[in-house]
Design a protein around this ligand. Sequence first.
Ligand SMILES: Nc1nc2c(c(=O)[nH]1)N[C@H]1C(S)=C(S)[C@@H](COP(=O)(O)O)O[C@H]1N2
Ligand SMILES: [Mo]
Length: 534
Amino acid sequence: MTTTTPGARPVGPAAPLPSRGAAALSGLLATAVALGIAELLAGVLPGMRSLVLAVGDAVVDAVPGWLERAAIATLGTADKPVLVAAVLVVCALLGVAVGLLGRRHGSAASAGVVGVAALGVAAALTDVRTTPVLAVLVGAVGALAGIATLTVLLRAAPRVAAPGGRTGADAGPADGPGVRRRPFLRLVVVAAAVATAGATAGRWLTSTDRVEQIRAALRIPRPAVPAGPVPPEADLEIPGLTPLFVPNEEFYRIDTALTIPQVDPEAWSLSIEGMVDSPYRLTYAELLEMPHLEADITLTCVSNEVGGGLVGNARWQGVPLRTLLDRAGLQPGATQVLGRSVDGFTAGFPVLTALDVEDAMVAVAMNGEPLPAVHGFPARLVVPGLYGYVSATKWLSSIELTTFEDELGYWIPRGWAREGPIKTQSRIDVPRRASTITAGRQPIAGVAWAPTRGIEQVEVRVDDGPWQSARLAAALDVDTWRQWVLEWDATPGRHTLSVRASDGTGETQTDQRTPVAPDGAAGRHTIQVLVEPA
Ligand SMILES: Nc1nc2c(c(=O)[nH]1)N[C@H]1C(S)=C(S)[C@@H](COP(=O)(O)O)O[C@H]1N2
Ligand SMILES: [Mo]
């Protein structure tokens, strides 16, 4: 037998091997050093991303649509940290395996380290933000650092006699307690420090601070076409009722991005391309200089359950989509407008909608400030009347004119409908579901939305009673949700409250419940409350 363990001492058969614990720890640290170095390089090099995040993104991309939906449903927005943690745990386990392998088979262990790095590189190569040469380079440097760490640690690791080897006083190089631990432990501390420092520095270098500073210093020009004034009767200001405009910090967030894309507006541009006569590019400065439109638009997610919180209303400002399309000159065959994000996400909707829906825009501001990073800085699409998954591309990098035969948006092959018009919906905010309130006069209040059609009527039913018309807050716009309230004389006992809205076409929400997939939940929000005697 020839010993190929990295750092194996030149001894004969059944030579003492690094102890299992020390070998496992060595492998773990070798992997950590490899990842730490890769993180550091990813932070320093433009055109390079974290290999860990690249693997996470690749997992998101690869899992079937139903699993992705289930993950979002059970974990909510915690799905992202959970995924990153899972990738790290798998790396740690692979590291331990490599370390144990290294006890006897050094070159196989080195190959294992290369394999772990190669997984990261393969994932990075599928990422549009990564320069391929850099990914390979970073993977190679990380792997070399990992192999070096493994070799040095295993060489210094405390040893035990190999099974079947010599034991007792005769055991030779097998270590007595405490004999060779100290140099090994010193190296362990060094390796852990290198890994931690690399990862921390890398993360810090890619941190949000820089783009956030640029964003904070921006001034968005006044819109050429401002939104109308907000009449005081448009917000009923009932405690517990969602405000007419949801503050940016509270606005729901849905996207596939593991980490929020940090886009430097100076380096960014938007291209209008595909089936157009004259494709062109706009810089951020050019986009700001064009005449802007301001509009109050309610945005919602197709994954919003009846009564759910994946809906919000904001004042958006940007360049009308029609202006941008007109300038490019649409070719007759073009039927789809496909927005593409800097991270590769896509969402598409019919050209007819783009031309018909007046307030569809490339937005640069949300509620009076530059788009927050999570909501798509520097620019995103907002199209009234369409669920976000087919329209509201954040971190927009291109608008491509194409057809539904040639290309489909990100979510369509994952089990969602090709077209996603928003269904008329209403939600009870007050009283809260399953809450206890006191008998007497109590408001039942909430919001209702049917973007592009408007809300004409909202009715509330208590138990099996008649449908009663709620009082509607003043309408801002057909694209904006409306608050509503019904004063209720609550009597002691358990009660069931239901709501239904009718849109501007006169159509009333169905009571037939459908799940969110494939084209959005239908059905009426119904809650139970307990009324206690006053
Ligand atoms: N780049 C990118 N844009 C995206 C998404 C995404 O995953 N990536 N998700 C879409 C979906 S499904 C919705 S509902 C809206 C949500 O926008 P918000 O996070 O600003 O509320 O963004 C849309 N735009
Ligand atoms: Mo969505």
